[in-house]
Design a protein around this ligand. Structure first.
Ligand SMILES: Nc1ncnc2c1ncn2[C@@H]1O[C@H](COP(=O)(O)OP(=O)(O)OP(=O)(O)O)[C@@H](O)[C@H]1O
Ligand SMILES: [Mg+2]
Length: 262
């Protein structure tokens, strides 16, 4: 039987999602919910399927079985560029910034519903001067200030230290003022000082926003999450409070030998 934990009114959920790629079952009957106004964690060893869950939830990948529900409605064939207008934003594993664009342009892209996945040329050709773009630029400056990257607005991502690039990626996700934010390993490659800042930032978003956090740093996950789901080899093996999950024998067994788990 799959692991199922009934939740009242999750804002975003997968219902019995199975994904098969290249003949392998990557996700197996995964039902996880993200309660409104919560920070929900999604953890599991490398290759467990966490990023694949994000890809399904954001419509990058259609499940072979099951479905995604957002605000109680089935999400079908979500176009990536529509996510922004639906109130969903995500950060990509790593940094996922466009190297040829400035920090400011990268941040502005997060607020543009015109941007289709991968078509940077369209974005570059956008008339930045019209009223909508001016508002977007103002909003971009606001979030760049909030994330301490305003002074780097005209730099390219590669000129900046990695932790600063990660903050630019967060600013890009926040520029559209999303209701739901999916973060894929936001603490990857950053030190403990930056991690404490990140914990404060994430905690400050709720309950106005809802966060789904994929992260290997257990301390961060245990500190900021209200609810944690655990995936192992494509299956949900546990779900519950940080306390419950931390002491779950199946979770401990799944993490044995995991170098990245802290
Ligand atoms: N396009 C694909 N074709 C075949 N297998 C894939 C494909 N994409 C991902 N996989 C496999 O699916 C599994 C889950 O990958 P996924 O990236 O979702 O894991 P993850 O939990 O995010 O891992 P990590 O912690 O390393 O980021 C892995 O075994 C991966 O090799
Ligand atoms: Mg991943």
């Amino acid at each position: 039987m799959p692991y199922v934990l009934p939740l009242t009114h999750p804002v975003l959920e997968t219902v019995g999602v199975t994904v098969r790629l290249s003949g392998l079952t990557i996700l197996d009957d995964v039902s996880i919910g993200v309660p409104r106004g919560s920070v929900t964690g999604l953890i599991g060893p490398n290759g467990a399927g966490k990023t694949t869950v994000f890809n399904v939830m954001t419509g990058f990948l259609a499940p072979d079985e099951g479905m995604v529900r957002y605000e109680g409605r089935r999400l079908k064939h979500v176009r990536t560029h529509r996510l922004t207008s639906m109130g969903i934003a995500r950060t990509l594993q790593g940094v996922g910034l466009f190297p040829a664009l400035t920090v400011e342009e990268n941040v502005m892209l997060g607020g543009s519903s015109h941007v289709r996945s991968g078509i940077v040329a369209d974005a570059l050709a956008m008339p930045w001067a019209d009223a909508g773009q001016r508002r977007l630029r103002e909003r971009a400056r606001e979030v760049m200030e909030e994330f301490g990257v305003l002074e780097d607005a005209q730099r390219r991502p590669s000129e900046l230290p990695y932790p600063v690039q990660k903050r630019v990626a967060l600013a890009r996700a926040l520029v559209s003022d999303p209701k739901v934010i999916l973060l894929d390993e936001p603490a990857g490659g950053i030190d403990s000082g930056d991690m404490a800042d990140l914990a404060r930032i994430i905690s400050s978003w709720v309950p106005q926003r809802t966060v789904l956090l994929v992260e290997h740093h257990m301390e961060l996950v245990m500190n900021v999450c209200d609810l944690i789901w655990v995936l192992d080899a494509g299956k949900v093996i546990a779900g519950g409070s940080p306390e419950l999950v931390r002491n779950d024998p199946a979770v401990i067994a799944a993490y044995l030998g995991e170098e990245d788990a802290h």
